[in-house]
Design a protein. Structure first.
Length: 115
């Protein structure tokens, strides 16, 4: 079955950087767009970035110019490089993929931006 496992979260000071990774299995990774989402306490889950099979990317306005999504089809991984982090970036970050009409989510990784 589809499995997504995120890693790389943690505590970082404002202005710092983190790199999240998501390891995928159970489907043909190169055939699907993959996205990163986040959910802050008391807020709805929101799209952060998505990367298509053709390596086109889309970002939320709030992260444009600071975050970069990338994929490695040979390793079935998708990464999110996060620079110039702000306290409002604090959230649980999830990767997700829609396979055959079903949206699959990882377990999430916590990112906390605080001094």
């Amino acid at each position: 079955q589809v499995q997504l496992v995120e890693s790389g979260g943690g505590l970082v000071q404002p202005g710092g950087s983190l790199r999240l990774s998501c390891a995928a299995s159970g489907f043909i990774f190169s055939n699907y767009a993959v996205g990163w989402y986040r959910q802050a306490p008391g807020k709805q889950r929101e799209l952060v970035a998505i990367i298509s099979t053709r390596i086109t990317t889309t970002y939320a306005d709030s992260v444009k110019g600071r975050f970069t999504i990338s994929r490695d089809n040979a390793r079935s991984t998708v990464s999110l490089q996060m620079n110039s982090l702000k306290p409002e970036d604090t959230a649980v970050y999830y990767c997700a993929v829609n396979v055959h009409g079903n949206t699959n989510w990882g377990q999430g990784t916590q990112v906390t931006v605080s001094s």
